[in-house]
Design a binder for this molecule. Structure first.
Ligand SMILES: [Zn+2]
Length: 76
C-alpha cells in the first residue's frame, strides 16, 4: 500500500515504536513530500525515528480509526 493511498482516502499514518510503545498518528503529506507518493507504508516507517527513545524499530499501519470523532477528512 503506497502513501498516496492514505492521502486519497483521507487517512493518517499510525506509527508506533516497538522499543517503548510510544505511538502517534502522522499526517501523510510531509511523508509524501519527503519519500514520494509511491513509497510503501512499511518502508515509510523504517525512515522514521522514535521521538521518545530515539529508536528506529518503528512500525506503521493506516490510521483506520482516528481518535477525533466526527472528523471527516475527504476534502479534495
Ligand atoms: Zn521509542
Amino acid at each position: 500500500m503506497p502513501l498516496a493511498y492514505l492521502k486519497r482516502e483521507g487517512l493518517r499514518l499510525f506509527v508506533w515504536c516497538n522499543a517503548c510503545s510510544r505511538n502517534r498518528s502522522l499526517p501523510v503529506e510531509p511523508l509524501i513530500a519527503a519519500l514520494g507518493p509511491d513509497c510503501p507504508v512499511p518502508a515509510a516507517a523504517r525512515r522514521l525515528r522514535c521521538t521518545g527513545c530515539g529508536g528506529r524499530d518503528i512500525e506503521s499501519r493506516p490510521d483506520w480509526a482516528p481518535e477525533s470523532p466526527g472528523v471527516i477528512s475527504r476534502h479534495i
